[in-house]
Write a protein that binds this ligand. Structure first.
Ligand code: HEM
Ligand code: NAG
Ligand code: NAG
Ligand code: NAG
Ligand code: NAG
Ligand code: NAG
Length: 326
């Protein structure tokens, strides 16, 4: 009886197939630059004003917001850029904030909270925290004089975070060149894109604990640069004392970071690895002599990073408060 399916049933199966295809297609929906054009037209300008004011209040905040997007995208708690980094710990679950690369170091959460509450009052339940972070990262780079790019939108927020993924996915400053290349290749990036993205360290600060070994024990470092850093970063203790990642222009999004590497003034071990006689030296030289090629490659790589497995369609949620699930 089942084998003799009559024409209407065949038609039903055909329509069911079409329907399933459509559902799958929607489930893997692409991000779009106009995602909020009708549902929250003020979203982008609201984010930009808040970022501009936060950065003019404290230039470093632009760096902190850029890093927040990186740490959100690189950790696949449920997927990639999904706002997981923003979740506070709860009684039952540990979020990503106390992971080794984040604890006492990741910042900008209050700025995201402020933006979220402004947007919630304009268009409740529409704009995801993950999208706010992606746009804030772009606006931060622009506010510090760097390139702009079109942020694709429509990411949804995760309902979970992963402490262990944050500890294992985010590259450590102790990595050597091959470790850096593979950390990025695990996420689909070429070595050239890794070098461009590392140019983020043209802004922002790092804690003593992240470069202590380099300034006391490494030899591929400019000696007067190391000596001056030792003044602020003792060989034991002083873990949270800050130094700029780009010693020449820490609040300007330029290519000075690459010039510093050429003179052995990379702050982190991982920074100097990009220019230490290995396969990425030529790319550092190229970005150092051509600002335009750096900013173009950086912007393209940021779009690619922002596309790392977002939650779309009906998966995830639009959190009301970025710090907790609805
Ligand atoms: C290549 C591998 C990378 C390593 C090993 C690395 C490591 C670090 C470390 C150790 C710090 C200082 C953190 C602290 O003081 O606790 C830092 C800061 C920073 N990183 Fe990276 N990072 C990498 C790539 C990136 C990428 C791809 C971006 C952005 C797209 C980025 C953006 C930043 C920014 C802007 C800061 C300064 C943050 C602030 O001042 O608040 N980093 N990074
Ligand atoms: C996260 O990515 C790692 C590789 O970086 C992979 O081994 C792991 O299975 C992924 N986890 C999830 C939940 O997608
Ligand atoms: C996080 O940092 C705080 C303050 O620096 C410290 O008390 C705490 O032990 C750290 N937690 C972890 C998990 O490292
Ligand atoms: C890089 O680090 C990895 C892991 O620590 C190590 O196995 C490898 O030998 C190192 N490579 C080089 C070229 O030093
Ligand atoms: C430098 O190396 C020595 C010898 O390996 C070690 O005892 C010391 O802890 C290192 N210092 C720093 C700041 O890493
Ligand atoms: C998640 C986390 O630990 N955040 C802290 C990071 O460090 C800054 C300053 O060092 C604090 O303000 C954050 O609360």
């Amino acid at each position: 009886m089942a084998s003799k399916s009559c024409p209407p049933f065949k038609k039903f199966k055909f329509l069911l197939g079409l329907f399933l295809l459509l559902v799958i297609k929607l489930g893997s929906a692409q991000l779009s630059s106009t995602f909020y054009a009708t549902t929250c037209p003020q979203a982008l300008s609201t984010i930009k004003s808040a970022v501009d004011s936060a950065v003019s209040n404290e230039a470093r905040m632009g760096a902190s917001l850029l890093r927040l997007h990186f740490h959100d995208c690189f950790v696949n708690a449920s997927l990639g850029c999904d706002g997981s980094v923003l979740l506070d710990d709860t009684a039952n679950t540990k979020g990503e904030k106390t992971a080794v690369p984040n604890n006492s170091s990741l910042r900008g959460f209050e700025v995201i909270d402020t933006i979220k509450s402004q947007i919630e009052s304009l268009c409740p339940g529409v704009v995801s925290c993950a999208d706010i972070v992606a746009v804030a990262a772009r606006d931060s780079v622009v506010a510090l004089g760097g390139p702009s790019w079109t942020v694709l939108l429509g990411r949804r927020d995760s309902t979970s975070a992963s402490l262990s993924a944050a500890n294992s996915n985010i590259p450590a400053p102790t990595l050597n060149l091959s470790g850096l290349i593979s950390a990025f290749s695990n996420k689909g990036f070429t070595a050239k894109e890794m070098v461009a993205l590392s140019g983020s360290h043209t802004i922002g600060q790092a804690r003593c604990t992240t470069f202590q070994t380099r300034i006391y024990n490494e030899t591929n470092i400019d000696s007067s640069f190391a000596a001056s850093l030792r003044g602020k970063c003792p060989s034991t203790g002083g873990d949270n004392n800050l130094s700029p990642l780009d010693t020449t222009s820490p609040t300007s999004f330029d290519n000075a970071y690459f010039k510093n590497l050429q003179s052995q003034k990379g702050l982190l071990h991982s920074d100097q690895q990009l220019f230490s006689g290995g396969s990425t030296d030529a790319q550092v030289n190229a970005y150092s002599s051509n600002l335009r090629s750096f900013t173009t490659d950086f912007a393209n790589a940021m779009v690619k990073m922002g596309n790392l497995s977002p939650l779309t369609g009906t998966s995830g949620q639009i959190r009301t408060n970025c710090r907790k699930t609805n």
